[in-house]
Design a protein around this ligand. Sequence first.
Ligand code: 5GP
Length: 192
Amino acid sequence: MKELEDRIRQDGTVKPGNVLKVDAFLNHQCDVELFDHMGAEWARLFAGKHIDKILTIEASGIGIACCAARHFGNVPVVFAKKTQSINLDGEQYVTRIYSFTKQREFPVIVAKRFLNAGEHILLIDDFLANGKAMNGLIELCGKAGVVIEGIGIAVEKGFQSGGRELRDAGYEVESLAIVSSMDAGTGTIEFA
Ligand code: 5GP
């Protein structure tokens, strides 16, 4: 998606450790018009698929998933939580993932009542690197017995293994920008 690639070139910065910082429009300050265009693009890419619900993970998945839902017939958006809380009542699906950016393990939690067996789910997240976050969501989907219709990613870092592994496993992964290489020294970002 050219608009997203242009924005990454304009406002993205490359940090040591293969981290692309896009907090000016995606991870801290949010460009809602861009999010809306991203949602429209996923709707085009997944046209013909029946989607009952979108599942994402807090925090940065929530905004893009909610904007996307407007283009999928206003389906509900469920976001997996990364911390236990007294507000999380009832039975839960729980797994653990290793966070690429925070460099530690987190629980990933969804209340059972929000994922019903047989529902058709679109998974959405901001970044795909090694696939740990997405595999955590996929594991919860497996426990819930829902059908994964596809995976929508804003920025895939194509030089990390997550995207290839998910496609090899048979999932339709639609990434709106695929970074093929980036360099913290020169600041260069190239797209596939
Ligand atoms: P994975 O689990 O695929 O290794 O990493 C994806 C998760 O880590 C995303 O949910 C995202 O929050 C975070 N992440 C991974 N790489 C980057 C990156 O380069 N930049 C930012 N901002 N987040 C990243």
